[in-house]
Structures are given as structure tokens and as C-alpha cells.
Design a protein around this ligand. Structure first.
Ligand SMILES: Nc1ncnc2c1ncn2[C@@H]1O[C@H](COP(=O)(O)OP(=O)(O)OP(=O)(O)O)[C@@H](O)[C@H]1O
Ligand SMILES: O=c1[nH]cnc2c1ncn2[C@@H]1O[C@H](CO)[C@@H](O)[C@H]1O
Length: 432
């Protein structure tokens, strides 16, 4: 695994120790550090449209609209005829996240979901595979007769993105296709709330089986909320799922408001910490908040300027490292915030995937901790049972930097990792 940046000698990260085994693309649960993602497999079809086009088809702007196949195909054909489609990319919110994780960490991940058993050139499945990192192990995908999902990603002139999802066979993931040995040794499991709207579909049972397995084997579960109206429509189910299974919740400020009823992102994060152990709230041009727990005995004061918002002096202990509440003798809430890296790119064409990118960086830090704990269990870094390697403040920096990279390339999947060293990211991550 590539470590998230250079490190002080004290915490030497043994990345270059020779491995006795031959390299393998397949994840070997006993040997590899990896993250598992479960997703509705979707290919994104990018199209520029006008606001009138959305109105014509009654499509909710800024939302992920689940549409039956006939209507979605009508929309697709109209876009093809008017040459509005610019390209096909692999998508799916978790597919994007684990692809980005694999690119950042230069290490393996496992994708669970469906895949067309017979793949024709130019088909949605073909485009999906072409745009996914070879470090994403797809040997555990569940073969289906039909197409994977198609997500028509419509970009309006204001840069806002709206999805029309034609589900195809994306919800046919069977619970039997979930490999327990792969879940059991994972550094983390990541999934989204989207399958919770697939009522009565196999993927929902598969999702709960995966959650049960992660819980049984003590694997941290990370969930992203997807989109605001999904939260509004399935709030109770989401709340109970988070309470029962989730260790870290990732959402934007609109989703956070829909979940908690609180519009202030920091206060919403504080409320969400009653449900789960760690919370990421991205807030577009306002940057992002990362909040969680640490044990009072392990808290560390920041040397950054103290910030006050809805909570006074809220970032005071942002140099602490995240812990699960159950592992704290004296749990205290910790909050950190960061403004967009360099104020954000000069020109943002679309913000698609910026939040998923931030989440991939956090998963990298969680996996790095897992790797380090197994490589050097006696290190002082593991005197307490921490959830991540770095402090809240440091993870914020990294997450923010990755969001910037996504915004800059105007596509949700990173085409390459971050530079090894960067002047403007001083201290630990890129320390010389
Ligand atoms: N307009 C902007 N200016 C500067 N930075 C931005 C802007 N929009 C987003 N960002 C950066 O990207 C991060 C994530 O953005 P945002 O809150 O839009 O994510 P999101 O809505 O969850 O995205 P998605 O669901 O498409 O992954 C922000 O925390 C910020 O660092
Ligand atoms: O219903 C859905 N299930 C899974 N992924 C989705 C859904 N709707 C949109 N996205 C995915 O979200 C990504 C951007 O964050 C896009 O790549 C899109 O494919």
C-alpha cells in the first residue's frame, strides 16, 4: 500500500518490505489490505442539457431520479439524436469511491455488485470495465443476464448535475454472491443508502447480509447517503440501518439536513454522532466537516486558529485521532473543518463525485491504519484502538485535496493519484 503521503521516521510505514508471494490481482484475504464496496453497478452517460429538457420530462433537478426503462430509453434516444451525449464512464457512487481508493492507495479493493455475464463491445458493462482501475478486484461480481444500470448524468448550464437512472439488472445482486471470507478480513466496508430504495429487490437482502457479516467480523462500515430525496423518502429505514450497522456516515449538507432536520452542517454532524462514530459532511464551497469521537485521555489540542460556528471553539481538539465510541473510556466529540483547497478550482464545470472523492481519501486513511496495525502492532500508534491513522485535521486536508482533484478534472473517477509532495500541503502528509 502506498501511504497517504510521506511520514515522520518515528512512524515509519513499511511499504517496501519484500513480499514472499507472487503478485496477484485477486485479493487474498489473509495477505492483502483492502476495502470492500457494495454498489448498484452503473455506467454514467454524460449529456449537456437545458433546464427546459429536464422540465419536459418532469425530472427533478439535482436529484438521482429512478426512472422505468421505457422512459429512460426515450430520454437516451433523444439525447443520442441531438448529439448531446459526450461520453460513457463507469459510475455508481461506491464504484467511484473504491476506484478512487485504489488509485490513491495504489492498492486493492473489492467490488460487490452485478455484472453482465456476456459483455458486448460498446455495452454499458464494457464501458464500466474499461474505466475501472485494475486494482479493483471484480472476481466476486455476480453475473446477470441483462445490462448493468445506466445513469444519464445531465449537466445543466449552471454546472448542476441531475441523474436519470435506468436500473437494468443492477438490483439483481443475490445475497448468496456475498463472500464472507472477503468481508471478514477487509479494512472497511463501504456502501451507500441507494439500495435502500430498491424495495423488495435482491440487492437489499444482499446489502443487509453484507452488513451483518461486517458486524460479525468487526469490520468498520462506512455509508454514504447518496442524495437528499432518498433520505427524505427512506428516512426511518436509513436511521435504523445507521444505528444498527454504520461506524461512519458521509453526506453533503442537504442530506445531513434531511436526516437530522438541522440545516447547519456542524450541528447536523453533532446530531449524527448520536447515531454513529464518525461523520463527514461536505458543504460545497464551504468546504467540509469531519467529526467523531476520541477518548479524553488521548485528545490533542490543535495549533491551528480556533474556529467558532454553531458550536464554540469547535476545532479545539482536531489533532486527535478518530476512535469508535465503544472503544473510548471517556468519549468526547471532536470536530474539524477545512475550507476548499486553494479556494477551489478557478472554474468548476461539474461537481459530480467531489464528495465521493473526499470519502475515498478517508477510506485510505482507515486502511492505512489497518495496515500499520497489522505490520507494527506494538507501535505507540496503536496504544488505543483508533479508527484511522491520522488526526481529524490531517484527514480533512487529505479529503479536501482529493475533492479538488476531482473538481479539477471534471469527472468523478481519478485518472491518477496525487503528487507525492506538494508545497501547499505542509506537515505530515507531504512532509519533506
Ligand atoms: N463550488 C465549490 N468551490 C470550492 N470547492 C468546492 C465547491 N464545491 C465542492 N467543493 C469541494 O468539494 C467538496 C465536496 O463537495 P460537495 O459538498 O459538492 O460534495 P457532494 O455534494 O457530496 O458531491 P457528490 O455527491 O457529487 O460526490 C467540498 O467539501 C469542497 O472541498
Ligand atoms: O441510484 C443510484 N445508485 C448508485 N449510484 C448512483 C445512483 N444515482 C447516482 N449514482 C452515482 O452517483 C455518482 C456521483 O456521486 C455517479 O457516478 C452516479 O452513477
Amino acid at each position: 500500500m502506498k501511504f497517504p503521503g510521506r511520514r515522520k521516521l518515528k512512524h515509519y510505514f513499511p511499504v517496501s518490505s519484500p513480499k514472499p508471494q507472487l503478485p496477484s490481482f485477486e485479493v487474498r484475504p489473509e495477505l492483502d489490505t483492502y476495502v470492500v464496496g457494495l454498489d448498484q453497478t452503473i455506467v454514467d452517460v454524460l449529456a449537456n442539457v437545458s433546464d427546459e429538457f429536464l422540465q419536459k420530462y418532469g425530472i427533478g433537478k439535482g436529484l438521482s431520479n429512478l426512472v422505468e426503462h421505457g422512459k429512460a430509453d426515450q430520454i437516451y434516444q433523444e439525447l443520442v439524436q441531438s448529439a448531446a451525449i459526450s461520453d460513457h464512464f463507469a459510475g455508481g457512487t461506491i464504484g467511484n469511491t473504491i476506484h478512487n481508493y485504489s488509485v490513491l492507495a495504489d492498492d486493492k479493493s473489492v467490488l460487490l455488485g452485478v455484472m453482465s455475464a456476456n459483455i458486448a463491445l460498446g455495452s454499458p458493462a464494457y464501458h464500466y470495465l474499461c474505466h475501472t482501475s485494475s486494482k479493483v478486484d471484480m472476481n466476486h461480481l455476480h453475473g446477470v443476464a441483462g445490462d448493468i444500470g445506466r445513469g444519464i448524468t445531465m449537466i445543466t448550464p449552471d454546472g448542476e448535475r441531475t441523474f436519470v437512472i435506468d436500473p437494468g439488472a443492477m438490483d439483481e445482486l443475490s445475497a448468496d454472491a456475498i463472500p464472507e471470507d472477503i468481508i471478514a478480513k477487509a479494512a472497511a466496508l463501504v456502501l451507500s443508502a441507494y439500495p435502500l430504495r430498491a424495495s423488495g429487490q435482491p440487492i437489499q437482502q444482499a446489502m443487509f447480509r453484507t452488513l451483518e457479516l461486517a458486524k460479525r467480523h468487526g469490520v468498520p462500515v462506512v455509508m454514504s447517503l447518496g442524495t437528499k430525496h432518498l433520505v427524505e423518502e427512506h428516512r426511518e429505514l436509513i436511521l435504523s440501518t445507521v444505528r444498527d450497522y454504520v461506524d461512519m456516515l458521509a453526506m453533503n449538507e442537504l442530506e445531513a439536513a434531511a436526516l437530522t432536520g438541522i440545516t447547519d452542517p456542524l450541528q447536523a454532524a453533532e446530531a449524527a454522532l448520536e447515531l454513529t462514530d464518525m461523520v463527514l459532511v461536505t458543504a460545497g464551497p464551504e468546504g467540509l466537516y469531519l467529526c467523531g469521537y476520541t477518548d479524553a485521555s488521548a485528545r490533542r489540542e490543535t495549533t491551528n486558529p480556533i474556529k467558532s460556528g454553531a458550536l464554540p471553539d469547535y476545532n479545539e481538539f482536531e489533532f486527535s485521532r478518530p476512535m469508535q465510541k465503544k472503544h473510548c473510556v471517556d468519549p468526547m466529540k471532536v470536530y474539524s473543518h477545512i475550507d476548499p483547497y486553494l479556494g477551489g478550482p478557478e472554474r468548476i464545470k461539474n461537481t459530480n463525485g467531489a464528495g465521493d472523492g473526499a470519502l475515498a481519501a478517508i477510506l485510505h486513511d482507515i486502511a492505512a491504519n489497518h495496515f500499520h496495525r497489522h505490520a507494527l502492532p506494538l507501535s505507540s500508534k496503536h496504544e488505543q484502538s483508533y479508527l484511522a491513522y491520522s488526526s481529524f485535521a490531517q484527514i480533512c486536508k487529505y479529503a479536501n485535496r482529493v475533492s479538488y482533484a476531482i473538481l479539477n478534472q471534471s469527472a468523478p473517477r481519478l485518472s491518477r493519484g496525487l503528487p507525492e509532495k506538494e508545497d501547499s500541503l505542509e506537515e505530515a502528509y507531504w512532509e519533506r
